[in-house]
Design a protein around this ligand. Structure first.
Ligand SMILES: [Zn+2]
Ligand SMILES: [Zn+2]
Length: 259
């Protein structure tokens, strides 16, 4: 599914979470990955189909709350969770962070909230993963300050400045899911672009590898997905110092992540 023309077989597919420390806003997460709640909410049909199609391995030491505790961070310390999109593998842990505000696309949030049980499931949504006070805690990306990006991020032209200091810029990467956003994080002169599921592997933007056509069934808009992927390839070609990190890339996981 990940590589057009690739062989069929199971591969490791990590679910990467970003942990950022902002000097004044505190701890910020980029997505939450899986959580026990995903296992619980997919125990019965029809939701069980989700887990059958994408089998999950989640032991206690892989749970985000445990990993954060290893960094000396408690769940209450998380001030914000940036939600790239609402597929269950990115939002299953939202309810574990009682004090966090949720930065997300308004269009995406409303799509998942208003989805029916089956209609949502087909799109990869499990609305029951959202905390009961979810909407009251949202900061909608589209209502934050829109900025023109530095030339070094061409062909991306615009972003949204999450904290009004240029440190965290939400950049639209449409196609994979409704309201899908990446986050450009600048710190001490270095930038990292967390691109979530705009592509599944680093090879995709380096070598221009598309996913299998079957994978497009779950996508919101195939044409936009390929446009976003082409833009990431162009960005990488022009600026290969920049670390572009897809959420499910095993190579990126081995290079940048620790568990
Ligand atoms: Zn996704
Ligand atoms: Zn994903």
């Amino acid at each position: 599914m990940v590589i057009e023309g690739g062989s069929w077989g199971a591969i490791k597919f990590p679910s990467i979470v970003g942990v950022l420390q902002h000097p004044t806003r505190g701890w910020v997460l980029f997505d939450t990955g899986y959580a026990q709640r995903f296992i619980d909410e997919t125990a019965r049909f029809p939701e069980k189909m989700y887990r059958m199609i994408t089998p999950v391995h989640l032991c206690d030491t892989e749970k985000l709350a445990f990993q954060l505790s290893q960094l000396g961070i408690s769940a209450e310390d998380i001030s914000y969770v940036f939600i790239s999109h609402f597929h269950a593998d990115h939002i299953a842990g939202l309810a574990d962070f009682p004090k966090a505000k949720f930065i997300c696309s308004e269009r995406a949030a409303k799509a998942v909230i208003h989805s029916s049980r089956l209609g949502g499931l087909v799109k990869g949504y499990l609305p029951r993963l959202l905390p009961h006070d979810f909407l009251a805690r949202c900061v909608f990306i589209e209502r934050t300050k829109k900025v023109v990006l530095n030339n070094q991020y061409a062909p991306f032209r615009h972003g949204y400045d999450m904290f009004n200091d240029g440190s965290c810029l939400a950049i639209s990467l449409p196609g994979h899911a409704v309201g899908h956003y990446g986050l450009m994080v600048e710190s001490q002169g270095r930038a990292r672009f967390l691109v979530a599921d705009a592509c599944w592997t680093r090879r995709a933007y380096i070598d221009g590898i598309k996913p299998n056509r079957l994978a497009h069934i779950i996508m919101d808009n195939r044409k936009q997905y390929l446009e976003s992927l082409n833009k990431l390839s162009a960005l990488y070609l022009a600026n290969n110092e920049l670390h572009i990190i897809p959420s499910h890339c095993q190579e990126s996981f081995e290079e940048f992540c620790s568990v």
